[in-house]
Design a protein around this ligand. Structure first.
Ligand code: AGP
Length: 614
């Protein structure tokens, strides 16, 4: 999604803006731009496509551009209007003195645009954002005060926004505000920053503050003043960010995705640290406030999430129902929000989100909260909007994930679901102690097993090469690994653009089997346990239709050699924990296919890391 950076200080602004935008690239974008104040005049530089195109333009004019010590920058992910230079941000008013960058959607932009056009404003883009530039300019004409102009403009805007604004006549000042879109302020010495996310600031300052909805900050090189929509002054609450810039480096890997896949053994250890101490001690989840009384009153759990987080949630359902005996419903947040959902004070609603900023999931949890449900958030960003609105929190501690394709955050979400389910089971006393101890023991051994897959990946690389020219791919599984099949297919399609689909193996013969012939690879996830023999029969049916069969298994069963053309063997693991191991080869398979095809692995087309619009 769009990313914003603003800088006001004593250094060359454009360098800081371009570096900041580079570190926000992971969010996904199709064009970019900066507004600078050069010799007292606001000037715009914009480019379509990758940031390199903007850098080239900047380089050509660098001697002038480098004079500016104030600027706002933007990477755009098109919502209203095609990706183009005209639609790229910053946008300006008629006279070009106001420049703004925006993340979000202005829902009433059509009405605003009609009104502003009637007042004589000329629009140069198809965007919703440009209306805000004209609106702020008209308010500034009345008030001659940029902060007040922004405040008055936001009172007429409906929708979601993070905005950074500068005005040619208001020297060394950036005004920024937000509603339902993230924005963070960074504080330096003689310089201040504003950005959509911390990676854009972290190499310059670790002192930061998250702006709340409807707050407006006025930044100069030496000051940051915050007010709310009623003009009340908000005291600064500056926090020290824990992040190290090194976390954002590829550390020698060709892509962030590959690095993040390899971080997973450590991520599992991180998630377990402090929560699972020994196998005979209860799990401790400090920020979960569900006690025995609350748990006894619960009649159901609903989990809302999107994309990969939704797949983690689907596995969460299996685990919680199995350990805790509480009925669990899982729904895509985007579906949950526009129907009559049955939710009440005896329903626990769990929101799962890597970013904690996914607009649909935020809307879903707010809806449930209004109906009285306890809201528990499982997120990788304890500083996010969702985390701040939660009643209970499970921080997943995966560190920043740069690649758009979620890998380590998915692993961390899965482990968090195991911990949460065990925690609830222990509070409720719903599971046998011996079984619990075995499971905890297996969780502790999991990182070693993942390591084993990561150190023997040649087979997966060879299979990737062999199947990279296929146009379609089917993943099948049953039971707790059905969501693993969905996630394996999602990984492959999002980074290689191969048409990959996950099916419950039992459903194959109810329709999808019609597609099978020797042009269709079918990858069967065959983990030992309740449904092993069933999937084997389903695989036989697929093989009989000449499908190109691949197995992913923890079994050394010799009959698999006859049935499957290729086999990915992974360490043995209990069925209940198997999704945390089975996903790793599928992430690698997707990675190597995409890499072999020369795709932009870390920034796949059309995708955004943090989907902050509905
Ligand atoms: C998966 O690789 C994607 N990045 C995407 O499906 C993602 O999981 C989804 O957009 C939800 O994001 P969230 O976890 O930040 O809420």
């Amino acid at each position: 999604m769009c990313g914003i950076v603003g800088y006001v200080g004593n250094k060359t602004a454009v360098n800081i803006l371009l570096d900041g935008l580079t570190s926000l690239e992971y969010r996904g974008y199709d064009s970019s731009g900066v507004a600078l104040n050069i010799d007292g005049k606001v000037q715009l530089f914009k480019a379509q496509g990758k940031l390199k195109n903007l850098r080239d333009i900047v380089e050509k004019n660098y001697s002038d551009i480098s004079k500016s010590t104030i600027g706002i920058g933007h990477i755009r992910w098109a919502t209203h209007g095609v990706p183009s230079i005209a639609n790229a941000h910053p946008h300006t008013c008629n006279c070009g003195r106001v420049a703004i960058v925006h993340n979000g959607i202005i829902e009433n932009y059509k009405e605003l645009r009609a009104k502003l056009e009637a007042q004589g404003c000329t629009f140069r883009s198809q965007t919703d954002t440009e209306t805000v530039a004209h609106l702020i300019a008209s308010k500034f004409a009345q008030t001659k005060d940029l902060t007040e102009a922004v405040r008055l403009a936001t009172m007429e805007i409906e929708g979601a926004y993070a905005l950074a604004v500068m005005h040619q006549d208001v020297k060394n000042t950036i005004v920024a505000t937000r509603r339902n879109a993230p924005l963070v302020i960074g504080f330096g010495e003689g310089e201040n920053f504003v950005a959509s996310d911390i990676p854009a600031l972290i190499q310059y300052t670790k002192r930061a503050m998250y702006l709340e909805d409807n707050q407006i900050v006025t930044l100069t090189p030496t000051e940051a003043k915050i007010i709310d929509s009623e003009k009340n002054i908000i005291p600064l609450k500056i926090e020290t960010l824990p992040w190290e810039p090194v976390a954002l480096s590829k550390m020698g890997y060709k892509h962030f995705m590959l690095k993040e896949i390899h971080e997973q053994p450590d991520i599992v250890r991180n998630v377990l640290t402090g929560k699972l101490k020994t196998i005979d001690e209860p799990i401790s989840l400090n920020e979960v406030t569900l006690d025995v009384k609350k748990l006894k009153e619960l009649n159901r759990i609903q989990i809302v999430a999107c994309g990969t987080s939704l797949h983690a949630a689907m596995i969460g359902k299996y685990i919680i129902e199995d350990f805790c005996g509480i009925p669990v419903e899982v729904e895509a947040s985007s579906e949950y929000i526009y129907r009559k959902t049955i939710t009440d004070e005896n329903t626990l609603v769990i929101g799962v989100s890597q970013s904690g900023e996914t607009a649909d999931t935020i809307t879903a949890i707010r809806l449930a909260k209004k109906k009285g449900s306890h809201i528990l958030i499982v997120t990788n960003r304890p500083d996010s909007t969702m985390a701040r609105e939660a009643d209970s929190l499970v921080p997943v501690n995966a560190g920043i994930e740069v690649s758009v394709a979620a890998t380590k955050s998915y692993m961390a979400q899965l482990i968090s679901f195991y911990l949460l389910a065990i925690y609830i089971a222990e509070v409720k006393g719903s599971i046998d102690t011996k079984e619990l101890m075995e499971l905890k023991h297996e969780l502790i051994l999991l990182p070693q097993k993942i390591d084993k897959i990561l150190t023997h990946k040649e087979n997966i690389q060879n299979i990737a090469k062999k199947f990279s020219s296929f146009k379609d791919f089917i993943f099948v599984a049953r039971g707790i690994n059905f969501p693993t099949a969905l996630e394996g297919a999602l990984k492959l399609k999002e980074i290689s653009y191969i048409n990959a689909t996950g099916y419950s193996a039992g459903e194959l013969k109810h329709g999808p089997i019609a597609m099978l012939d020797d042009t269709m690879p079918v990858l069967a996830i065959l983990m030992k346990g309740k449904v092993y023999e069933k999937i084997l029969s389903n695989a036989e049916e697929a093989k009989a239709r000449n499908a190109r069969m691949i197995a992913l298994t923890d079994s050394d069963d010799k009959k698999l050699d006859e049935l499957f053309e290729n086999i990915i063997r992974i360490p043995e693991i209990s069925e209940i924990l198997s999704p945390a191991l089975a996903i790793v080869p599928l992430q690698l398979l997707a990675y190597y296919i995409a890499e072999f095809l020369g795709k932009d692995v870390d920034q796949p087309r059309n995708l955004a890391k943090s989907v902050t619009v509905e």
